[in-house]
Design a protein around this ligand. Sequence first.
Ligand code: NAD
Length: 491
Amino acid sequence: MPSALIDVAGVQVSPDHYIDGQRIASATTFELFSPIDQQVLGHIAEGEAEHVEAAIVAAERAFTSWSALSAAQRKVYLDRFSEEIGKRADAFCLLESTDAGVLLSRMRHGVINRAKLNISWFAEHALTLQDRCLETEQATHHIRHDPAGVAVIITPWNSPLMLATWKLGPALAAGNTCIVKPPEWAPLTSSLLADAAHAAGLPAGVLNIVQGTGAKTGSKLVSDPRIARISFTGSVPTAKVIAGAAAANLVPCSLELGGKSAFIVLEDADLDNAAATAALMYRNAGQVCLAGTRLLVHERVAERFVAAMRGYVENLVVGDPRDPATEVGPVIHPRQVERIQGFIERAVSSGAQVLWGGDKHSYGAQYLQPTLIGNVEQADEIVQNEVFGPVLTLQTFSNDAQAVAMANGTDFGLGGVCYGETVHATAVAQQVRTGFIWVNSFGIRDLAAPFGGIKRSGIGREGGDWSFEFFCDVKDVVVPQKPFRASFSQR
Ligand code: NAD
């Protein structure tokens, strides 16, 4: 018997799993709170061994027929899936704003369209994955991209809708079947995705959603030998555990992890523009993997840059993410608030200086002031570790080489930002060791472009052909040009 729908911000959403085309309740549930005001939003089904088993069996069974469809046939389903997401746009936006604390304006003006596109764009792009032929003197090589099998998709709480669809789009378009394990702190938009898939007529078992904690539910999924791919976005410590489980079964995994990206401001930068962009790093209360959280500013312009940035930061509106005026919303969980405050306190006790913010915001228990910490050294904990909150650090440099060394001086290598005269900034950006870096800009993304990190920020790339390389097995079917006759002298 499916559970009653729960009402969240006026949206009716199921707290159950979605397995083999049906809503499945669980005897065990976990409580879900809103980061906005700590209200209980509902009791969400927790994935037990039986649910994990049922999802894997359903996905394996569905794989036979889903993988046998052509890319064009799958596109018909996926285009409908994308449309069904669009029909529920308001509901998706309200849910993610309420359970993850993402700005409603950002959901409405960016994320929801991207979620739709993540499904339809990859469905279209899959059409380009036709067999390629390599003709040689000896043979014709028919090079195919075969779907890998059952893919497990594990997402974090800071952008669950965008990230689930970003992985589901290519995985499904390539012919895999999927099991999504949404984040336990923000599972609701993934549940609504199941409604959209169901309404689109996606065959039972092609998309399954099993909710629950990582330790209990996620760990069972990633350690099952029937899984063909694991696509994970989340933190470095979790990635190490997942990579270990994947290694035990020799299963390829894609890991999109944390960052500690540099935001470099060269002496010849447009300081006002750079300062306006730097203030954007507080968006989503700084809970953004690709934010440039380490401000590295040329010493001759540091004072002017900080003054310009202060002007922007002072005007930031902290508050309820559903209010269109709000620019900085809540931190996801009391545990994260404590963790972030711990970073600030330890930095200050070892001599760092709070240039602004540093405390809780009066708006509510899970709101923090946008914070800038100066007087830090490269080896300091707050410079080296991902805080994942509205906290930036400030360091100065006197030449490009020093800026590059500081930018490269952490274990992370996700993204970066470099402001300066374009040729100069591009030259500096090229020396920063990351998966991507924006010159005089921030956040420009394209589905065809590669996305991912190096060093501790991840393994693999997502986007365009890179997503398909991951979710497919490349196979070479070799047909000889001339009749072949076996011989022991053949090389
Ligand atoms: P997390 O690693 O704690 O959890 C991520 C997901 O993994 C959750 O769904 C969780 O339930 C699951 N999980 C936890 N333990 C597991 C296990 N043993 N087996 C299987 N699944 C398990 O991360 P988080 O706190 O939810 O998210 C924040 C982190 O995500 C930050 O480090 C951030 O930088 C990173 N992130 C990276 C990107 C990127 O694209 N590089 C994007 C967004 C967030």
